[in-house]
Design a protein around this ligand. Structure first.
Ligand SMILES: NC(=O)c1ccc[n+]([C@@H]2O[C@H](COP(=O)([O-])OP(=O)(O)OC[C@H]3O[C@@H](n4cnc5c(N)ncnc54)[C@H](O)[C@@H]3O)[C@@H](O)[C@H]2O)c1
Length: 363
């Protein structure tokens, strides 16, 4: 099997889908690995390291896409990559098709076997390939939010931890899953006042037990959300309905009640965002203001810490790639039902029901 690793081209994307260490493991299992030159450079991995791990380095992305049976990426293919896709090719990456009908159409046209990291399921129904990036995005959301709260960055000038004698900043996190819980951890660690909301009471119970009253937990009904959003210095959107478009949990009217210079970080933007006033931004142009509130909605936040993110992502993908390299793609899908849940497109059809509902293509 030929596994291809193109350089990532999304704005500000610095991660790579394969480390030299994982490359060595796959070539040891008999896979051929093609790596586009400099694919790992921004995450601190050199071409020489990949070559020493048995990869063949090629000059262009075109050469990778043309030859590989399976393209291994981090982010979804962009418009300039659509023409490179080879009919019937396997693609293993974050796809987030619920937010990308045009990409869906292209994958169907090329009959791509699209396996989405974000819908691969663990034995417990959890999402093991989304989890490490959610942890990173959750932790970053507070770091990034604190930066944009600074006066010179257009923020209200609130120091999240405050100082003795002043009120600490108020961080409101909606969604207490993988990203939300890590946002809570960072915010509490910085000394902010923290309120976290979710519809899943078990998640709230777990955080209540962990923080012993240091963090306020609230059921995420519209009344509670409306009440706390108005008092938030930093609002973090961290909800997920797997594979579906994110539900709007914060309305424009609620955003309008926030103090000018307050900050919204909508982590859920890769699924369309959960704040009515949100639209995707990029690492080069990360924020805009609406109703006086700073909005940050970068869909690939983990690229900010490319080294940690690459190591976190590949430690999660490693068991699946080992399975694919050992057995072949189809046999791996046939024997691992959790990996099979990752298949979003096959033979010109959308085969994941939630994705199909979200993008309006029949499954
Ligand atoms: N922007 C980025 O760079 C980036 C990086 C990683 C993950 N993400 C995204 O972050 C989002 C969250 O991912 P996660 O791994 O934390 O998901 P998760 O499944 O671990 O947690 C989501 C939580 O949202 C809750 N929820 C669902 N609907 C809700 C509602 N209406 N109101 C309140 N809570 C609700 C769920 O009960 C769950 O606890 C996803 O869209 C994911 O793709 C974005």
């Amino acid at each position: 099997m030929m596994i291809g690793v193109p350089r990532e081209i999304k704005d500000g994307e610095m991660r790579v889908s394969l480390t030299p260490a994982l490359c060595r493991r796959l070539t040891g299992l008999g896979a051929k690995v093609l790596v586009e030159k400099a694919a790992g450079a921004n995450a601190g991995f050199t071409d020489a390291e990949y070559a020493a791990a048995g990869a063949v380095l090629v000059k262009s992305a075109r050469a990778v896409w043309r030859q590989a049976d399976l393209i291994l990426k981090v982010k979804e293919p962009l418009a300039s990559e659509y023409g490179l896709m080879k009919t019937g090719q396997g693609l293993f990456t974050y796809l987030h098709l619920a937010a990308g009908p045009e990409l869906t159409r292209r994958l169907l046209q090329r009959r791509i076997l699209g396996i989405a990291y974000e819908t691969v399921e663990g034995a417990d129904g959890a999402l093991p390939l989304l989890k490490p990036m959610s942890h990173i995005a959750g932790r970053l959301s507070v770091q990034v939010g604190a930066f944009f709260l600074q006066s010179q960055n257009g923020g209200s000038g609130v120091l999240l931890g405050g100082i003795p004698g002043t009120l600490p900043g108020h961080v409101v996190v909606i969604g207490a899953g993988n990203s939300g819980a890590h946002a809570v951890q960072m915010a509490a660690g910085m000394g902010a006042r923290v309120t976290v909301l979710d519809l899943d009471v078990r998640k709230l119970e777990a955080l209540d037990t962990e923080y012993r009253g240091r963090v306020v937990t609230l059921y995420a009904n519209p009344g509670n959300i409306e009440d706390v959003v108005a008092r938030a210095d930093l609002l973090v959107g961290a909800v997920l309905v797997p594979a579906a478009r994110a539900p709007t949990v914060v309305t424009r009217k609620m955003v309008n009640t926030m103090r000018p210079g307050s900050v919204i970080v909508d982590i859920a933007i890769d699924q369309g965002g959960c704040i009515e006033t949100i639209r995707p931004t990029s690492h080069h142009d990360p924020v805009y203001k609406e109703h006086g509130v700073v909005h940050y909605a970068v869909p690939n936040m983990p690229a900010l810490v490319a080294r940690t993110s690459t190591l976190g992502l590949t430690q999660a993908t490693e068991p699946y790639l080992v399975m694919i390299a050992s057995k072949g793609i189809e046999a791996a899908l046939a024997t691992h039902s959790g990996l099979a849940k990752g298949v979003n497109t096959r033979d010109g059809r959308v085969v994941n029901e939630a994705v199909s509902r979200a993008v309006g293509f029949e499954s």
